[in-house]
Design a protein around this ligand. Structure first.
Ligand code: ZN
Length: 234
């Protein structure tokens, strides 16, 4: 359920980070979670703090960042310490990545994870080039006929955020080359569901590749699947 007050939104973001650990999608202090959150007329988002294991993240450790900073990286880092933002923690090193999803991909919530099978696939040249193809109908849950893999860029950079925006065109999830996966949703629960499904598809695709070449669904079938998902969502 979408929160109506910031304390509840903070609780949901912290809990989502812990849930990713319980689901085996993240380990240690890897990965990060955010939710779009306005403060009055100012648009922004709540994001998990940098370098904290989810089990130790309290509601007050969640950082609010605005979307309208002129200088993306400097602005975000400074914003975390600004009294107006009232944050005691440094935001996630991938704050720029989260910000880009709200600016360009219509996200209401964002999950980034170093999930084992998605990360494994993201290290393969063929997957970096083509993504995960339509080998299974659930690929349609991500919004198209593949789950793309964003080109490699250094973590925490605007270049990585730009690469992920490119891979997320008309999609709700993507892999990130030699890094992990990202999923978005209309709320945190749906973003987590998408991340779980992307990791499941990564695992089954990986397993399929161990024993042979997968059969791919043709364009007509993918169209039917996408239509089915649009009806299912409604
Ligand atoms: Zn990461």
């Amino acid at each position: 359920m979408l929160p109506t007050i910031e304390s509840e939104a903070r609780r949901q973001v912290a809990e989502a980070a812990r849930e990713l650990g319980r689901l085996g999608l993240n380990h240690g202090a890897t990965g990060n979670v955010s939710m779009r959150w306005h403060r009055g007329a100012r648009d922004g988002f709540l994001v998990t703090p940098s370098a904290m294991p989810p089990a130790r993240i309290g509601d007050d450790d969640i950082v609010w960042l605005p979307l309208d900073e002129a200088d993306p990286l400097d602005g975000l880092i400074e914003a975390s310490a600004a009294p107006a933002v009232a944050a005691s923690r440094k935001p996630s090193s991938e704050a720029l990545l989260h910000r880009a999803m709200y600016q360009h991909c219509c996200a209401a919530a964002v999950v980034h994870a170093h999930a084992p099978f998605a990360t494994t696939l993201s290290c393969l040249p063929a997957v970096r080039e083509e993504g995960i193809p339509a080998f299974h109908y659930m690929i349609g849950m991500a919004g198209g006929d593949s789950i793309r893999c964003a080109r490699y860029q250094t973590f925490g950079t605007q270049a990585l955020a730009d690469a992920v925006v490119d891979a997320m065109r008309d999609r709700k999830a993507c892999l990130m080359a030699s890094h992990g996966l990202l999923a978005i949703g209309a709320d945190l629960a749906s973003a987590i569901d998408m991340a779980v499904e992307a990791e499941y598809l990564s695992r089954v695709y990986f397993q399929t590749l161990q024993v042979g070449a997968p059969v791919l669904l043709d364009k007509d079938e993918v169209s039917k699947v996408l239509e089915g998902f649009s009806t299912y969502r409604r």
